[in-house]
Design a binder for this molecule. Sequence first.
Ligand SMILES: Cc1cc2nc3c(=O)[nH]c(=O)nc-3n(C[C@H](O)[C@H](O)[C@H](O)COP(=O)(O)OP(=O)(O)OC[C@H]3O[C@@H](n4cnc5c(N)ncnc54)[C@H](O)[C@@H]3O)c2cc1C
Length: 444
Amino acid sequence: MRVVILGGGFAGLSAARALQKRRKSVRDLEIVLVDRNNYMLFTPLLPEAASGSVEVRHITQPFRPQLEHVTCELGEVLGVDETQRHVTLRHPLTHESKTIRYDELVFALGSKPSTMGVDGVERFTIPLRTVADAQHLRNAVIGAVEIAAQANNIGERDRLLRFAIVGGGFTGVETAGEMSAFLRRLIRYYPTLHERHVRVVLIQAEKRLLPHLPDRFGKHAARVLADRGVEIRIGKEVDRVDSAGITLKGGERHETRTIVWAAGNEPAPFVKRLGLKLSHHGAIETQTDFSIEGHPHLWAIGDCAAVPRKNGGTYAPLAQFAVREGPLLARNVLARLRKKRTKPFTYEKLGQMASLGDRQALAELPGGKMLTGLPAWLLWRGYYLSRLPSASRKTRVAIDWTLGMVYGPSMARIDPSSTQVRYANRSTQGDTEAQDDTVDAAAR
Ligand SMILES: Cc1cc2nc3c(=O)[nH]c(=O)nc-3n(C[C@H](O)[C@H](O)[C@H](O)COP(=O)(O)OP(=O)(O)OC[C@H]3O[C@@H](n4cnc5c(N)ncnc54)[C@H](O)[C@@H]3O)c2cc1C
C-alpha cells in the first residue's frame, strides 16, 4: 500500500511523521512525501528572517533526517491521473518528469500570495512566503538605504526611504513591526541619513488591523506601530502599483520602490486544475475527516483544504490547524486501509499572537484576554521556539535570538549573484574579467 503526500509544509510534514510512527499497523505500508523543496519552511518566523533577527536557514527543516522511513521525492507536482492513480512530477533541478503510483493521495500543497487582481502587484511588489522572498525583501531594504545615503536629490532620497506594506493581517502587521524596528537600527550607521527621513506605511483595506482578532487587538497594534512612526492607512484599497510607487483608490499616492504585498492568499494554482469541488476561497472542499466526497482515494489538509467546522464555516488557513490536521489525517488514512471508521477533525484554537517587533507583541489568551508588551513578546518567542520542528532548529533560533539581543541583527546585504568571483580564464579577455570581478568583490 502506498500513501503519497503532496506538499511538506505544516500539514504534510506532520502527516508524514504521524504515518511513519504508525507504519507497522498496515502491512507493507510505503509513505512518499513530495515537495518542490527538500525542507519545510517555518513561515511564522519569515518576518524575523527578513529583518535578520534569525538566520533564514534556521527556520527551515530538511525532511530527510526526520523521515527515515519515508521516501522523500523532490519534485514539482504537475498533475494527477485519478483513473490510473498516479501523480506526475518534474524534478526542479534536472527538469525530468516522472510519474509515481498511489493507493491513497493527500493534498497538502498550502497556498500562495494572491494579487487580488490588482495591476502591477506581480511585477513590482515583494510577497513574503518563501526563503527567497525573505532574502529579497532584506536586500531591497538595505539596498534602498545604501543608495539613499548617497542620493543628491531629496525627492529621490525620500522615495528610497519610504517602505509600503499592503495588508493589515498577521503577516502585514508583523512585517511592519519588524521592518520599522530594523530600519531604526540600520539608519544609525548612515551619517547622511536620519530616522525622520524613513517612512513605513501600512495599508489596510478593511476597517481595522488584525481583523481576525477582537477589535481592541487591532487598536493596540495600531497604537504601538504609530508610536514607532508607522503611518497606518485604514480602509484604503490599492488601485494599482507601478515601478515608482503605489496608488490607492481615490487617488492617494505613495512614491516608493519597496512594497511588501501581504494582502491575502489563494490555494496553489495546481489545485485549481484538479477539477475538484472548491470553496469560494478556492480551497478543496473536504468532509470532516479530510476525505473528498466522490473521490474515494483522495484527501486534503492544511491551507489548500476547506475543512468544515462542527458549528458551521471552515477552519482558517493557519499553521496551528494545519499541524494538528496531519496526525488525524494519518490515523484516518490508516483506518480506511484497515476498513475501520474514520474520525472527524475538531479543534478549537487556544489563542493567537502577533509580534510587533522591538520586544513588543500582543497575545490573545484563552477567554479572550489580551496580553501586550514585553510579556507578550516573551510568550510569542517561547511559543514559536517550542513549535519549531526539531531540537537542532530550536537551538539555532534560540542562539540567533540571544546574539541578536546582545549585538543587534546583521546588516549585511548579501546578494549571491553579485558576490560570486569567477575563476580566472586562460584567455586574455577572461583574465581581465576575472580580475575585475575580484577587485569588485574585494571592494564590497
Ligand atoms: C509570513 C507568514 C506568517 C505566518 N504566521 C502564522 C502564525 O503566526 N500562526 C499561524 O497559525 N499561521 C501563520 N501563517 C500561516 C501558515 O504559514 C499556514 O497556515 C501554513 O503554512 C499552512 O500549512 P500547509 O502545510 O497547508 O501549507 P505550507 O506550509 O505552505 O506547505 C505547502 C507545501 O507544499 C509545497 N508545494 C506547493 N505547491 C507545490 C507543487 N506544485 N509541487 C510541489 N510542492 C508544492 C510547498 O513547497 C510547501 O512546502 C503565516 C504565513 C505566512 C506567509
